[in-house]
Design a protein around this ligand. Structure first.
Ligand SMILES: NC(=O)c1ccc[n+]([C@@H]2O[C@H](COP(=O)([O-])OP(=O)(O)OC[C@H]3O[C@@H](n4cnc5c(N)ncnc54)[C@H](OP(=O)(O)O)[C@@H]3O)[C@@H](O)[C@H]2O)c1
Length: 280
């Protein structure tokens, strides 16, 4: 593993589930960890517990971030940039698995806002700090369910955008397409970008679903710390040094599903997303 002492690792969705386990593991390795979450009080409490269990030299802080709000994304990125001139690791982990259609404050379908457009803008905003680091890494947490996703860039940001279970699949495919295009655009830089399916993990991801589905889901799955281990590996292992643009199923490099390889789709999604979040 890379010596993480003094290296800045930014983790979204760090107040529970896989993000919390990832942030805890990185703090346990002595990193400077910026934990992001929606609720400030809860976030500060969780960060304090992570701080207490961290390795000597680790620095743990909390920053509020609501990915469903472009203003919040910009404010969180600005707060991080004000405190850290370089970022070595960005883990875009936060995500939702909603049952029904809802709209974000900016008028986007909620799953699309949180799982794709928010992280897209957040990554953009932090690129100067990632460029300032020596060999920075971006890790996007996707899901194998993206294999059955469908992305129609022109629909995003319109009432035609998918929602509910369908949107989960679609946005997880979008995470893969984002990684492909991001890595291509960063090819000449010192930043690598990969995406990962962490396996099926007992977290709060299915919290909106009926308890009998949740119960079966949580009972049969691996624990968050085990789910986070391959994410931590992508963030901090020498074994993946220089690897970029790839899709991992836990530790193993896997071929992208056919739908992620559709010619021109990753570029089209990028252009549409830029227009919607206003970074063109
Ligand atoms: N669990 C699995 O089996 C599995 C499998 C494949 C992929 N994944 C992926 O793993 C990632 C983490 O999920 P998880 O399983 O750990 O689920 P989780 O326990 O529900 O955690 C999700 C995290 O995302 C945060 N989040 C939700 N909405 C947000 C918003 N609007 N703004 C900022 N943060 C927000 C949550 O914050 P709060 O604490 O404020 O709610 C929470 O910290 C997701 O991208 C998911 O798609 C999970």
């Amino acid at each position: 593993m890379i010596d993480l002492l003094g290296r800045v690792c930014v983790v979204t969705g760090a107040t529970r589930g896989l993000g919390h386990a990832t942030a805890s593991a990185l703090a346990g390795m002595g990193a400077t960890v910026v934990m992001l979450g929606r609720d400030r009080d809860r976030g500060e409490r969780v960060a304090q517990r992570v701080r207490e269990a961290a390795a000597p030299g680790a620095v743990v802080s909390f920053v509020q971030l609501d990915l469903a709000s472009l203003a919040s994304v910009c404010a969180a990125a600005a707060e991080i940039a004000a405190n850290h001139h370089a970022i070595h690791v960005l883990v875009n982990n936060a995500g939702v698995h909603l049952r029904s259609r809802a709209e974000s404050i900016d008028g986007f379908e909620m799953t699309w806002a949180i799982n794709h457009l928010g992280p897209f803008l957040f990554t953009h905003q932090l690129l100067p700090q990632l460029r300032a680091a020596d060999r920075a890494r971006i890790v996007n947490v996707t899901s194998r369910f993206g294999t059955v996703g469908r992305v129609v860039p022109a629909d995003i940001g319109t009432p035609r955008a998918s929602s509910g279970l369908r949107a989960y699949f679609d946005t997880k495919l979008a995470n893969m397409l984002f990684t492909i295009e991001l890595a291509a655009r960063l090819e000449a830089s010192n930043i690598t970008a990969n995406c990962i399916h962490p396996g099926l993990v007992a977290t709060d991801l299915m919290r909106e679903w009926p308890s009998w589905i949740r119960g079966a889901w949580e009972w049969s799955l691996r624990a968050p710390a085990s789910g986070a281990a391959p994410i931590v590996r992508l963030a901090a292992s020498n074994a993946v040094d220089g690897i970029t643009g790839c899709y991992f199923v836990r530790q193993r490099r896997a071929p992208y599903p056919r739908r992620a390889r559709a010619p021109g789709l990753a570029r089209e999604l990028w252009a549409r997303s830029e227009g919607l979040v206003g970074v063109r």
